[in-house]
Design a protein around this ligand. Sequence first.
Ligand code: MG
Length: 301
Amino acid sequence: MNGPYEIIDPRFRDFVLLNVSLRRLSTGHLWTEGPVWFPAHQCLLFSDIPNQKIYRWMCDGSVNVFRENSNFANGNTRDREGRLISCQHGTRSVTRTEHDGTITTLADQFAGKPLNSPNDVVVKSDGSIWFTDPTYGILSDYEGYKSTPEQDHHSVFRVDPDNGDLSQVAIDFAQPNGLAFSRDETLLYVAESGRSHDDTVPSVIRVYDVAADNGLENGRDFARVDPGLPDGFRVDCHDNLWTSAADGVHCFDANGVLLGKILVPETVSNLTFGGPRGNELLITATTSVYAIHVDTASAIA
Ligand code: MG
């Protein structure tokens, strides 16, 4: 099969396309992250964390600066009303950019103390906002401002859609990172990327059952990522999970079986589905952003 693939399970052929190539949309960055597609604007936003910018890629191929001072923004997503939700290391907060451009802080402390450095974020269909809070953005001055953590844990948090209250939903991580719901939202996947700084931490994506009261139960390992780390990932409309890895994007089925890889020439940090027809994987990878057409689409309509 032509294309930049490593096919491990023949079912992988059902989700990728013949004779497509990996296209480089943008390069010259330091560390790209947080890709999010806006169908209403036909554009991709992505962060360059150390450069403190959010960039916008348009369908005509142009790239411009969407936000000049992004406060070391990392993960981005959009809510069900089409608003940008961002994790910002510099302010140790999660923010929402309103339709008029004003920025609302959704979370910046828990139990009266500053968060560590929110990393990645996802919005559930009920409007609740779930995010991870590892310490990467306060470990050095490269991706934020070096600080001593004040939280006891590196947690996963949920912002209540009705009253904005923050609740701690998981604490069993060295460094929680990317996160995504299964298609029916009964499962939440969370990356454990603590191996970045501790060789004894397994390089795994964990999965939890989402209880009726929005608690997380029955946490267990879903899949091991090798080589590299699971950072950001997305779930598609077939409940496959597409994750970042050192050699590209790895695709797992709903049982955690590795189906195949899209090989990318730089270490991948994150990805999202998008493009004019929603059938492209948009991949942030170190200094560049890549795109490739696939035969699947996002789990989120
Ligand atoms: Mg991340």
